[in-house]
Ligand binder design. Structure first.
Ligand code: FEO
Length: 394
């Protein structure tokens, strides 16, 4: 399906309605898209980014439908294969084409795609490329989310092609975002999974995009934004230090003791005025957990002791939270044990990159007894107190 963005500018990429998992970890319940943008100058023709190789037929069919017989430049904003993977196929189909990208991206693509030195034109930050009435300007936006990522700005039409930056996992026939609630959620999922660890650099890159004063932001996943403020404001909110009055409780329970602790904690937190999100790690969707982590204040990991340590599902959750580096402020570890083990030490080691306050862990022997519920209540009070200190609770 071809989607016109402006005069002589088309999204000729692929829509992936069936994709349910990305990076083999994060669910994509709304599918996704790999946008590739064709820009027709009076002298030259450029294609900005390509598609996941298995969807290249959609891209080739769109180019054929538009009667494209020649591509002069394949601009590559990012070397990851969902955008670059079809470049070798395009170079074969359009032998005169050159890959236009930065030096880092070129090096990655020589490794990842076995492209050759002579396939490239290497550009530097701020360089421009004249297509005849359409000028491309290259703006480096590193670490959104690889070191080589860049934005291509179409000067005359004021369109910023940002690749992954501002993208959403959403398959849609719309050229521009229309269902704002849906796109907000899917863009947040996208941010949570791959952008969140780079919050600091994202702030600098947002500024660079704002300075371009784009009329349209056109990422390479999901719809484009004819109201760039919508997605820029969302990103600013996500990267800010501001968190919500929420505790995320990730738990696993084998025989119900840890679950009883979690149920009590949830009730007590509710009484204390803290909003709670609870996810059973056995059935949880990692994409939704990543979204939760974007702005919760407190993360609680609740696990039984198993094999002398935390349940492996709890280790997985801790490792993921640690890798995503959310702006969580407080972490608590709780659970039930039978006769000992290294549950706390192992979880703490897996959470080592988070700059958080770690609450005194709450481990209870066996099924919680009356006095244990008092300890859980104190645990909840402590969390509420932290939320008050942090100013997230009214
Ligand atoms: Fe959509 Fe980093 O690839």
């Amino acid at each position: 399906m071809i989607r016109k963005m402006a005069e002589g500018v088309y999204n000729v990429g692929a829509i992936d309605w069936e994709r349910t998992l990305f990076d083999e970890i994060v669910s994509t319940p709304q599918g996704t898209s790999y946008n590739a943008y064709l820009i027709l100058g009076s002298e030259k023709i450029a294609l900005v980014d390509t598609v996941e190789p298995e969807k290249v037929d959609q891209l080739l069919a769109n180019l054929e439908e538009l009667g494209v017989e020649r591509i002069d430049y394949i601009v590559s904003n990012h070397a990851e294969q969902d955008h670059s993977g079809a470049i070798p196929i395009l170079l074969e189909k359009y032998p005169g084409a050159k890959v236009v990208t930065n030096a880092k991206c070129k090096a990655f693509e020589m490794d990842l795609l076995h492209l050759k030195d002579e396939d490239f034109i290497v550009i530097k930050e701020g360089d421009t490329l004249d297509l005849g009435g359409k000028t491309l300007k290259f703006v480096f936006t590193p670490w959104v989310h690889w070191p080589e990522t860049m934005t291509t700005f179409l000067v005359e039409d004021r369109i910023a092609f940002t690749c992954d930056f501002f993208g959403s996992h959403a398959a849609t026939t719309h050229t521009f975002a229309e269902q704002y609630d849906r796109i907000y959620h899917e863009a947040k999922r996208y941010y949570a999974e791959i952008m969140m660890p780079f919050r600091q650099t994202i702030g600098r890159n947002i500024k660079k995009i704002e300075e371009l004063e784009p009329r349209i932001i056109a990422p390479s996943h999901g719809p484009a934004y004819s109201d760039p403020k919508f997605i820029i404001d969302a990103y600013k909110e996500w990267i800010s230090e501001k968190t919500k009055n929420e505790a995320l409780v990730l738990y696993v329970s084998m025989h119900g003791s840890t679950k009883k602790m979690v149920d009590a904690l949830v009730d007590y937190l509710g009484e204390e005025g803290v909003e709670v999100k609870v996810r059973d790690l056995v059935h949880a969707d990692m994409g939704e957990i990543a979204i939760d982590l974007v702005d919760v204040t407190t993360l609680i990991i609740a696990t039984p002791t198993m094999l002398a340590g935390p349940h492996p599902s709890a280790v997985y959750a801790a490792y993921l939270a640690n890798a995503l580096r959310p702006k969580v402020k407080v972490v608590g570890i709780m659970g039930s044990y039978g006769w000992g083990g290294r549950t706390v030490d192992i979880l703490k080691a897996n959470l080592g990159s988070l700059r958080v306050e770690l609450l005194e862990p709450l481990l209870i022997k066996g099924l919680p007894k009356d006095e244990d519920y008092g300890k859980i209540r104190e645990f909840a009070k402590k969390i509420a107190e932290k939320h008050r200190e942090l100013g997230v609770m009214g």
